[in-house]
Structure formats: C-alpha cells, structure tokens
Design a protein around this ligand. Structure first.
Ligand code: ASP
Length: 334
C-alpha cells in the first residue's frame, strides 16, 4: 500500500474515533437503526422531528419531508425556506430534492418561488409525475395545484427592475461570502434498512436570478443507493455540481469505505482535480451507510452536523481538509 494511502487511512481512523455516546461509527454488528444524519446544528431539530415521525409509525419519506419542513419553517434561518437569502433581484428562489432508496425514486424542484415547503413539492414531483425535476414557474404552478401552501410573489416586477438597474450600472454578481449559505441535507436509515433523504435551501444569497445550485441535482446535493448508503452536501454548490460529489461519496462507500472515509476521500479527490485551493472549494458532506455507520467531512476546518438515534441526538464536529493534506494519491502529505 503506498504510504500516502496508509497515512490517509490512519488520519481517517483518528477522525472516526469521535464517537458520540450511543452512536456507532465503527463496523456495526448491530446496526444503529433508525439513524438520522443532517447538515449543520440547525439540522438537529429536523432530525428530532424525523425520529418522532418514525416512532409514530411514519415512513422514511415522511420522516425526511416532515423533518426538513421544520427547518424550512424556521424564520430565524436565513438559508433555508421562504425566509432564506434572496437573489440579486431580491427574490427568494428555493431548491429542494428528495430520494427514496427502495425503487430508486427521486423528485426535485429548482428556482421555485413563494412555496413554503419546497421539500413537499419535490416529494409530489417524485410521487405524482413521471418527471424528476420541475423548475421555476412550472414548479410553482405544480405545487399550488397540489394544494401546497404558498405566498403571493410578484417577482416579475422585481426581476425587471433588477434587469434595468443591471443594464445601466453593469452591476456585478455579488461574490459569495463565507457565511452566506447553508442547506439542510437530511438522511434517514429506517429500522428496516431502507434509506431516504432530502435537501432544501434558498441557495447562494445574491445569486443571479435563475441560478440553480447543487441541492436539487440528484447525485450532486444528494444521492442514495439503497444497497449501500446515502450522502448529502452543503457549501458552494458550483463546486459540488462540477464533481457529482454526493454520488462520488456513495460510490466510495460502495467500494467499502466507511462513510467518514468516503466523505474525506471525496474531498481529497475533488481537491486534486479542481484548480481551486481546497479551502476555497467550501464543500461539506454528510453520509451514512446501510450498516448504521455515519460520518462527515468539510474543507478548511470542517463543519458541524447533527446525528440522531433513539438514544441520542447530538451535534458533532466533522474533520476538515486543507490544501496541506492533499497528496498525489488523495493521501496526507505529511
Ligand atoms: N449548496 C447550496 C447552494 O450552493 C447552499 C449551501 O449549502 O451553502 O445553493
């Protein structure tokens, strides 16, 4: 085994040592089920709701939808839901998706306006249409026809005003600041071993109208392989989309890697391919596998994520990856 690879695995197993009580990150003879993993500390409230739904006999899809709805409704959250960050024209355009492991079904909505629960719209797309993705006005119209809660938005005037202002001032697109993001990506491993997951976000604050991030793109912001596990992403969507990153994380798990090693490995691989410095990629992943193991990793100093089982609901710190860690084989240079 090349030394870089050996060192990478050694680094990973140190990170794997950060196990919360009652939770299982090692090889699990008795899988921890149900298991819910989501991005960021605000994911914890969503996890708790997802667990409540499962405990009451709800399905894994119900758990994902109702869990994510908690964050979408949180008016203090400026990155998910209708109270999220507006685009350059001052309009909140949201992205969301959902996936159901059994049957490998998926649904998503992108650049949708004025819908209180984009995650529910994504689920309806999956369950009630022959399509996977609806965008913009079509997605909004569909959601309203489905009876989902909406608010009146007359974004055409805002968009028009922005277009005029932009044409006159040659206004540049706002650069994304470090705190100007966050997505809820929530993964559920059910008691029967089936997996579901979802994502919801208002995306990059100040983005160009019509910009779609990674979150509603299956394989980028979310991916589930019911035989293996699930992964979800948060961070700078453009850098996730260019690498089909959630698919990559799941594929590493398919090759036998622990979820945390898979997240780290994906960041290492992306960092080697991408011209951007690792820290500037601003990408973060959560993952869980069929065995009831979970993990996460992020660029820079890492990020916080939430993990919930019947016996514990905690916020954990993921390991981080910096440019110094990147070697030619995805290993640690040191
Ligand atoms: N990934 C999302 C996007 O780029 C937002 C985030 O998670 O920060 O739209």
């Amino acid at each position: 085994m090349p030394s870089t690879r050996r060192q990478f695995l050694a680094t990973s197993s140190i990170a794997l040592g950060a196990t919360a009580p009652g939770l299982c990150t090692s090889d699990a003879p008795n899988p921890t089920r149900p298991l819910i993993v989501s991005t960021w500390p605000f994911g914890k409230a969503s996890n708790d709701e997802a667990l409540r739904v499962l405990t009451k006999g709800g399905s894994i899809l119900d758990a994902v939808e109702h869990g994510i709805k908690v964050t979408e409704l949180d008016t203090k959250n400026r990155s998910v839901g209708i109270s999220g960050s507006p685009n350059a024209a001052g309009v909140v355009q949201q992205d969301a998706c959902i996936m159901h492991g059994p049957g490998h079904q998926a649904g998503s909505v992108a650049a949708i306006e004025g819908i209180i629960h984009p995650i529910s719209a994504a689920r309806r797309v999956m369950e009630k249409t022959p399509h996977v993705m609806l965008v913009g006005d079509g997605a909004r119209m569909f959601a309203i026809e489905e009876g989902l809660k909406s608010i009146d938005v007359d974004s055409s005037k805002l968009h028009e005003a922005w277009r005029k202002e932009r044409a006159s001032k040659k206004q540049a697109v706002q650069k994304r600041s470090k705190g100007d993001h966050d997505t809820i990506a929530l993964l559920v491993l059910g008691s029967d071993g089936n997996i579901a997951g979802g994502c919801s976000t208002s995306g990059w604050g100040g983005k160009l109208p019509g910009r779609v991030g990674d979150s509603p793109i299956i394989g980028s912001g979310l991916y589930i392989d019911n035989e293996v596990g699930a992964a979800g992403a948060t961070g700078l969507g453009e850098n996730v989309m260019r690498h089909c990153a959630s698919f990559m994380v799941v594929d590493f798990m398919r090759q036998g890697l622990h979820p945390q090693e898979a997240c780290l490995r994906a960041i290492h691989r992306i960092s080697r391919i991408d011209p951007l410095a690792t820290e500037d990629l601003a990408i973060n992943f959560v993952a869980l596998d069929k065995k009831g193991r979970y993990g996460a990793a992020g660029t820079g100093t890492g990020f916080k994520y939430s993990v919930t089982t019947k016996s514990s609901s905690v916020v954990l710190q993921s390991p981080g990856v910096t440019s110094k860690d990147i070697g030619p084989e995805g290993g640690n240079r040191k």
